[in-house]
Ligand binder design. Structure first.
Ligand code: 3HC
Length: 708
């Protein structure tokens, strides 16, 4: 048979069993060769007098993990998956599917076309196409509702979540669970059962009972659509999923399949699909950094965290949740007690939310975690993470002390969001062991970790930073040393641009609205109110006190903070928060403050459209991103994308700022920058890399590809 699909006959209890095995490492993606092989195997089994039941099973670590994503966007090659699954279902003798690992997307669709499904207990199933800007395109939207009903199917298809085998059994997606760890044997055992119990061919496409009540039920689908539209916020594919599920209830099966197919092809052509698949592969590429090829991570069995404030306690809890024992160091007993209280508050919150149970909460708080006022207690730690106040002198002094007490070979990390790691490392006698680990607040929640590699950092130290991220289930992005690294450096640019636009006439509310409509969960001022406006105020004050004297457009924010309006925590910031409310309403006094600042500066306000706001906000992001890649601070444009997706709320369905810039066209972005440069040459000098790429007719993704 084909190289990736094999066919063998075994003798079963009451006849032959055809075992059809898929062997296409690493995840048995249903690329062209697999599809062709399965099509041929289905036809062969149908004609094969020597076999009365077939078992489809994956070799290696998983059943089919879906269509081959690398084929999307390329010319379509027949047989396509929906033709294959229809052919499997049409076979006249029972076909059993044995699932292990993950049966996702086209993998689950293949399983749904089989007449029976058995899964190992550890297996997971799901239809995650929506995360790729698609909908299940091989019958998933037509067969799953027929099997488990509209509501359950909609939940699985629209969320794209992975469903555990026990839940899949409960829902009726699989018929049986197998306790063993051999999917082939599980399939053979089930095939024998089919023979012994004379189980008939049973086609999902012919099941109508579960969808009968939803047929013509306008209220049901209106309700589903309203809630999906609210959550989808600008995304096309979740809407299409609901339309296709609705079609399953209204159209005969074949027509429903055609509806789904047409929608799938339409979605394949969208920018959102392009962006989301870029994000999928970037998630995997971002971890491929040169240091990992040369350095194996150092041991990571025990950690110490210096500082028990917001960052220190968040980092501590992230490590505790991963099972890593942590010693927290504070400067005195009183602060140590506060540090413990901060950690316990996070753990108690985890308990309340059901993330951990009481026993685990107590084990983490009492066995894995300890706090001390003596820095000598870092001696046992494999990694020491300093999470003290963001101040160079404080950090330098701490690193001198850390150097004295940490054991030889320990990795010494500073959790800093802006500061120069090389200066900090120079305070120790072992700068090769020092790196930056920039966590994001709240550190036990946020997925991003910038791993900042200093001039002397050894490859195995960088590799340990990546290994820690993996242990904490975070996404690590490699960054070089500069003020703000990747994320905060870009953030500073677009926040500055927002402040300029406010000075020139836009309101903070207009800016937030434009940014939210672009796809962010919140605008920069809503974010500022959430984080606390006192933080930015203190930073700006420090910057100005240190002699910085560029164009300053934050007077309105300073005045709001000086009135004691620090955001949500004081009930008033840029927005007003009515008692108990977390969504603010606009504050006319803030607009008055801004008007006054403009008057004092002699600025005649102009109006901004949403499009104008986003053009400037976005161009600021891309220009700085390009500069960061040009300087080698980020390895590739995709590293910038991942940092902005996981740390700053950039909408994933836009792929990240660099990918979005490719989609819009770098020539257009450069033209915008040149237009803005005419009024403000200081801010808008175009990045050389951007100019070069436009001249060469290339884009950011061509740099990603060259680096791969
Ligand atoms: N197509 C092509 N390559 C794939 C792939 C797929 N469906 N799924 C994974 N890969 C690649 C990864 O890019 C990675 O390649 P690399 O080693 O070169 O970086 C390699 O396989 C291993 O993948 P992971 O590193 O992600 O391995 P994990 O063990 O961590 O995760 C997984 C395995 C859960 C299967 C995860 O890879 C995954 O979620 N894959 C995507 C699943 C998916 O979205 N399927 C739906 C596809 S769309 C579809 O089926 C359309 C249909 O309806 C017609």
């Amino acid at each position: 048979m084909s190289e990736v699909v094999s066919y063998e006959i075994l003798s079963g209890d009451k006849g032959g069993i055809a075992v059809i095995s898929i062997d296409n490492p690493p995840v048995n993606a249903a690329g062209h060769a697999v599809r062709k092989g399965l099509m041929e195997a289905a036809a062969r089994f149908n004609e094969d007098a020597a076999a009365s039941v077939a078992v489809i099973v994956g070799k290696g670590r998983t059943f089919i993990a879906g269509a081959d994503i690398r084929e999307f966007g390329k010319p379509i090659m027949h047989p396509v998956l929906y033709e294959v699954v229809n052919a499997i279902e049409a076979v006249d003798k029972p076909v059993v599917c044995a699932i292990h690992g993950t049966a996702l997307g086209g993998g689950l669709e293949t399983a749904l076309s089989c007449h029976y499904r058995v899964a190992l207990k550890s297996a997971k199933v799901g239809l995650p196409e929506v995360h790729l800007g698609l909908l299940p395109g091989a019958g998933g939207t037509q067969r799953l509702p027929r099997l488990i009903g509209v509501e359950a199917a909609t939940d699985i298809i629209v969320s794209g979540r992975h469903v555990s085998a026990p839940e899949a059994l409960k829902l009726g997606i699989v018929d049986a669970l197998d306790d063993g760890d051999d999917p082939r044997q599980a399939g053979i055992d089930f095939a024998n059962r089919v023979m012994n119990e004379n189980m008939p061919v049973r086609r999902t496409s012919e099941m109508e009972d579960k969808i009968a009540s939803a047929r013509g039920n306008k209220a049901l689908f209106d309700g589903i659509m309203a809630s999906v539209e609210k959550k989808a916020r600008g995304q096309i594919s979740p809407i299409k999923c609901v339309e296709a599920i609705k079609a399953a209830t209204e159209l005969p099966f074949d027509e429903g399949m055609k509806f789904e197919r047409d929608a799938f092809i339409e979605l394949l052509g969208t920018e959102q699909r392009d962006a989301l698949i870029h994000a999928f592969f970037s998630d995997r590429e971002v971890g491929k950094v040169p240091e990992l090829a040369t350095g194996a991570p150092r041991p990571l069995d025990r950690a110490a965290v210096i500082g028990g404030g917001t960052m220190g306690s968040g980092i501590t809890c992230a490590m505790l949740y991963s099972g890593l024992p942590v010693t927290m160091i504070e400067r005195d007993e009183e602060s140590a007690a506060k540090g413990r209280a901060n950690v316990e508050k996070i753990l108690d919150d985890g308990l309340k939310r059901g993330k951990i149970d009481q026993a685990k909460r107590d084990r983490l708080a009492n066995e894995l975690y300890s706090v001390s006022a003596d820095i000598a207690d870092i001696a046992e730690a494999d990694i020491v993470i300093e999470a003290a106040f963001e101040n160079m002198d404080v950090k330098k002094e701490l690193f001198e002390r850390i150097d004295k007490h940490a054991k030889p070979g320990a990795v010494l990390a500073s959790n800093t969001s802006y500061l120069n790691i090389d200066e900090i490392a120079a305070m120790t006698g072992r700068p090769q062991d020092v790196l930056g680990l920039h966590f994001f607040s709240p550190a036990h929640v946020m997925k991003l970790l910038e791993v900042v590699v200093g001039a002397k950092t050894l490859p195995d130290v960088t590799a340990t930073g990546f290994a820690l991220a993996k242990k904490l289930r975070k996404t690590a992005v490699r960054a070089g040393v500069c003020d703000g690294f990747i994320g905060n450096r870009i953030l500073e640019r677009y926040l500055t641009q927002a402040a300029y636009m406010i000075e020139e006439g836009a309101s903070p509310y207009e800016i937030d609205k434009a940014v939210v409509n672009f796809g962010y969960p919140m605008g920069p001022h809503q974010m500022g109110d959430l984080a606390g406006l006192d933080i930015g105020y203190a930073n700006r004050k420090r910057l100005r006190d240190s002699g910085w004297n560029g164009r300053y457009a934050h007077e309105h924010m300073d005045r709001i903070a000086e009135l004691g309006r620090f955001g949500q925590k004081t009930g008033r910031g840029v927005y007003i928060y009515d008692q108990g409310s977390r969504s603010g309403r606009e504050d006319p006094e803030v607009l008055e403050i801004i008007d006054r600042v403009r008057e004092e500066k002699g600025i005649e306000p102009k109006t901004f459209t949403e499009e104008e706001i986003m053009r400037r906000y976005f161009a600021a992001m891309v220009n700085e991103g390009a500069r960061i890649v040009e300087e080698g601070i980020a390895l590739r444009p995709l590293d910038v994308d991942i940092a902005m997706l996981y740390g700053y709320g950039f909408p994933r369905w836009r792929g990240g700022p660099m990918k979005q810039a490719d989609i819009i066209g770098l020539d257009k972005i450069l033209a915008d920058i040149r237009e803005f440069e005419e009024n403000d040459p200081e801010f808008w000098r175009p990045a050389k890399l951007l100019v070069d790429l436009v001249e060469r007719g290339e884009n950011f993704d061509s740099l990603n590809k060259k680096a791969a």
